[in-house]
Design a protein around this ligand. Structure first.
Ligand code: UD1
Length: 368
């Protein structure tokens, strides 16, 4: 019997841990799982809404760290997580993704000599100004077991000197969640509420500090948004960080008055899945949405200069367009005219069974 702490902290963690928890509960003769929520995200829309949608059990332990500077937030997670690990004595701690909670909890474990596994290891944007890139690099250096979503991630890890026996290519747990919930998401009423018809709208999400904390960049992206919205309605669920900076830069009135732009609150998992899965086009700076649109065959324009998920560009529906309004608009029009990337494929092992492969590997490594 393996006792495992599964860590969640911020919005993109919930859909990665949900299938792992479900698999562990199914295999209750082999696994004794706990969920620890650091509280990095705490708003109902950013956190609570996801537990019900994803059938993720309520956290066994809630650390309540909240927002803060990177140092303050990382330190608070470490301070509060350490006594939990000491008390619960897990065989493994599982961390997912690349948020501050991921690195903080991995660091606690390695110092305590508790084995830690990183799910979604090896992704690299090559851009060290991204806080997530630092979290990814450091977590992978110290974790005992690294689960990857694509083979380019394996190559990145090997290139950083990680021994091959620590790396397992298992596929994509985020896609486990997508496949499991596609049918349930059809029952969402969000499109009716917003009076939208399938294929007749675009969706935009934006929250990266490099886009939303820089006035000039945000301004350029909003210019592109305005141009695209003249051609197709754009639904824009606004992340709290983005809402804050739009207000601080005095841009609220401009964006609220843009014709064709619908600003809404952040959506839960099922409503958002229902919304983007029927969109004509998605514009985003999220990592996960690049993967989800690739699986669903929805054209995706990534509003960044790089991606840690190159497989979505090589095989999938993703194009990297940066923040140049001319380029964004040109690529958006190509997508609307049906000349976006053709003959795209779903990457290997994005098949809905990644969580079980992770559990199998944990058992195998633990019996060595
Ligand atoms: C974090 C992750 C990012 C991930 C994103 C998804 C890090 C470094 N960043 O970014 O990788 O893609 O989550 O959303 O871990 N806030 C609220 N309510 C909340 C949470 C945050 O209002 O529930 C506001 C606060 O003002 C906070 C700001 O959003 O200061 C930013 O939150 P934070 O957790 O620092 O980073 P995110 O931008 O959400």
């Amino acid at each position: 019997m393996l006792r495992v702490i599964n860590v969640v902290g911020a919005r993109p963690n919930f859909m990665k841990v949900a299938p792992i928890m479900a698999a562990m509960q199914r295999r209750a003769d082999q696994f004794e799982p706990l969920v620890v929520h650091t509280g990095q995200h705490y708003d109902t829309a950013m956190s609570d809404a996801f537990f019900g949608d994803l059938e993720l059990p309520q956290p066994d332990i809630y650390l309540g760290v909240g927002s803060g500077s990177h140092a303050a937030q990382t330190a608070a997670v470490m301070e509060r997580f350490e006594p939990v690990v000491v008390q619960e004595k897990p065989d493994w701690v599982l961390v997912v993704g690349d948020v501050n909670s991921t690195l903080a909890c991995a660091l606690v474990c390695v110092k305590l000599g508790v084995r830690v596994a990183h799910v979604e290891a090896g992704l690299r944007s090559g851009d060290r100004t991204m806080p997530e890139e630092i979290n990814r690099l450091l977590t992978d250096q110290i974790a005992d077991l690294l689960f990857t979503t694509s083979e380019d991630a394996d190559h990145n890890l090997l290139g950083e000197g990680i021994p091959p026996e620590r790396i397992r290519f298992v596929g994509n747990v985020m896609i486990d969640s997508l496949r499991k919930n596609l049918e349930r998401a059809r029952r969402s009423r969000i499109k009716e509420q917003l009076e939208l018809k399938d294929g007749e709208y675009a969706v935009m999400t934006l929250h990266r500090p490099s886009n939303v904390d820089q006035r000039e960049t945000l301004h350029r992206i909003l210019q592109a948004l305005e141009n695209i919205a003249a051609a197709i309605p754009v639904i824009f669920p606004v992340h709290p960080r983005t809402k804050k900076t739009i207000a601080e830069f005095g841009l609220s009135e401009r964006i609220e008055n843009m014709k064709g732009v619908r600003l809404i609150e952040p959506l839960g998992y099922l409503d958002f899945l229902s919304l983007y899965s029927a969109a004509r086009l998605v514009l985003t700076d999220s990592g996960g949405i690049q993967e989800e649109t690739t699986v669903l065959g929805i054209p995706c324009l990534t509003l960044r200069e790089n991606t840690e998920r190159p497989i979505t560009v090589e095989m999938g529906t993703n194009k990297i367009v940066g923040s140049d309004p001319v380029k964004i608009q040109r690529e958006a029009m190509a997508a609307l005219n049906g000349t976006h990337l053709q003959n795209t494929r779903i990457p290997p092992l994005w098949d809905g069974s990644a969580a079980d492969r992770i559990l199998d590997a944990l058992l195998e490594v633990s019996s060595d």
